[in-house]
Design a binder for this molecule. Structure first.
Ligand code: LLP
Length: 421
């Protein structure tokens, strides 16, 4: 459930009409609902309330400082994958002891930043990375907590670009070599092995792959403990999918996901970490956009809107579906017609949806792309020299701009022309 609902025929974010935000901030604009963020975080916390746990918000899904501050104030940890994300988590007031650092290509500079600033654990993804971290930590006189990410070779049954748990993917160390890698980790200076990490992919709509992966982690926990490793923490990654369509095929709920965790690893007495991103923030955000033109094609009508693939990349990149709804609710029984909803960018891939069923639309009408809170603003670019879309956070009956639209002066000011040109 989210807090984007029609009231008196108008789409609201909590108690604020989205049209009011579009009027004041301009279009396109990303709008997030604080109540929805809190609610979704609470669902994960509740799903794991049977054990000691930390819900680490996947910063990559939405890294706006206000969103991170809101999550951090609820007690969330953070899962970061770059020095930049680490800095964001810290800037939002999250203590290092609640930050886990994932990612296949952490540089020494990034690792140093996190050791100096405080870190809950590094999720190590390869032996070279493990040796580099050991050398660095030892040189700093530090002993850093580590989990090793294992690749369980499980098919997450999601889009191939966001599946990460098969042997062919670049992530983690093959689970078949885990014993030898843990043995080396235990020997290396500067590292303190605390647990096992796994993440098999994103937008999973079935619990079976989680169950398979976590069962393998449970088995590995037993094997490693028998070899003398103190496995006290399991980081089970993120990935629980969200409903992108309002139909009856909703993915499992956090509570059901929590039950799978309990069933597979609950008996081990480990502290549990999870790293959800999309499930917390995806349906807590919409992208509001204005119709620029309605264009008659040979055999179809195009709705040319002022948002484009650079602002919301998911449809172009993954063929992803985002429900498109008018801000003014169609009258019951009103006629709908199909539109190809497209942006102004000069590529045919700049198509949000073909044949979207909408009431008759005209230039100046406002629409919302739903489920745009995760992997929306964070994946935006200035392609075609389009300014990054501003972000707004709604709380009850008020809202604040949490990232302003850059001015063209700022955009142009980042470039410089060498004196010799
Ligand atoms: N932990 C790790 C190690 C991850 O790689 C990811 C996502 C997450 C947690 C969070 O997964 P979530 O709960 O959000 O599914 N840009 C793509 C999604 C990429 C996900 C990458 N990793 C999209 O728009 O669908």
């Amino acid at each position: 459930m989210d807090h984007f609902l029609y009231q008196d025929g108008e789409l609201f974010a909590e108690d604020v009409p989205l049209s009011c935000i579009a009027r004041q901030v301009g279009s396109p604009v990303y709008v997030y609902s604080a109540a929805t963020l809190r609610r979704h975080f609470g669902l994960f916390r509740q799903a794991l309330d049977w054990t000691e746990h930390l819900v680490c918000f996947a910063v990559k899904s939405n890294s706006n400082l206000a969103v991170l501050k809101l999550m951090g104030d609820l007690g969330a940890g953070m899962d970061v994958v770059s020095g930049g994300e680490y800095r964001r988590a810290k800037a939002a007031g999250v203590p290092g002891e609640r930050i886990v650092f994932s990612g296949v290509g952490k540089t020494v500079a990034e690792m140093r930043l996190a050791i100096e600033g405080g870190i809950r654990q590094f999720n190590i993804e390869s032996e070279p990375e493990m040796r580099a971290l050991s050398a660095l930590a030892a040189s700093m006189g530090a002993e850093v907590p580590v989990a090793i990410r294992v690749n369980p070779d499980v098919d997450a049954k999601t889009h191939e670009k966001i599946a990460t748990g098969k042997a062919e993917n670049k992530f983690g160390i093959p689970i078949s070599r885990a014993v030898e890698v843990y043995a080396e980790a235990a020997r290396l200076p500067g590292l303190k092995v605390v647990g096992i990490d796994v993440h098999i992919g994103s937008q999973l709509t079935d619990l079976a792959p989680f169950r398979a992966a976590y069962a393998k982690v449970a088995e590995l926990t037993g094997v490693l403990r028998a070899k003398g490793h103190a496995i006290t923490r399991l980081d089970l990654g993120g990935g629980l999918g969200i409903p992108y369509r309002r139909d009856n095929n909703a993915p499992p709920l956090p509570i059901e996901y929590g039950a799978v965790i309990r069933e597979t690893v609950g008996h081990l007495g480990c502290e549990i970490e999870i790293e959800p991103g999309r499930n917390i923030v995806g349906n807590a955000g919409v992208l509001v956009s204005e119709v620029i033109y309605v264009k008659r094609g040979e055999d179809r009508d195009f709705l040319i809107v002022d948002a484009a693939m650079n602002d919301l990349l998911r449809p172009a990149m993954y063929g992803a579906h985002h429900d498109i709804v008018p801000l003014v609710e169609a009258a019951p029984g009103a006629a709908v017609q199909p539109y190809d909803v497209v942006g102004p960018v000069c590529e045919s891939g700049d198509t949000f949806q073909k044949g979207a069923e909408l009431p008759g639309m005209a230039a100046g009408d406002l629409i919302a792309f739903r489920s745009a809170g995760a992997y929306g603003a964070v994946m935006a670019s200035e392609y075609n020299s389009r300014p990054l879309v501003p972000e707004v956070l709604v709380e009850g009956d008020h809202f604040a701009v949490i990232r302003a639209r850059p001015t063209f002066e700022e955009m142009l000011g980042r470039d410089s022309i060498p004196a010799w040109l």
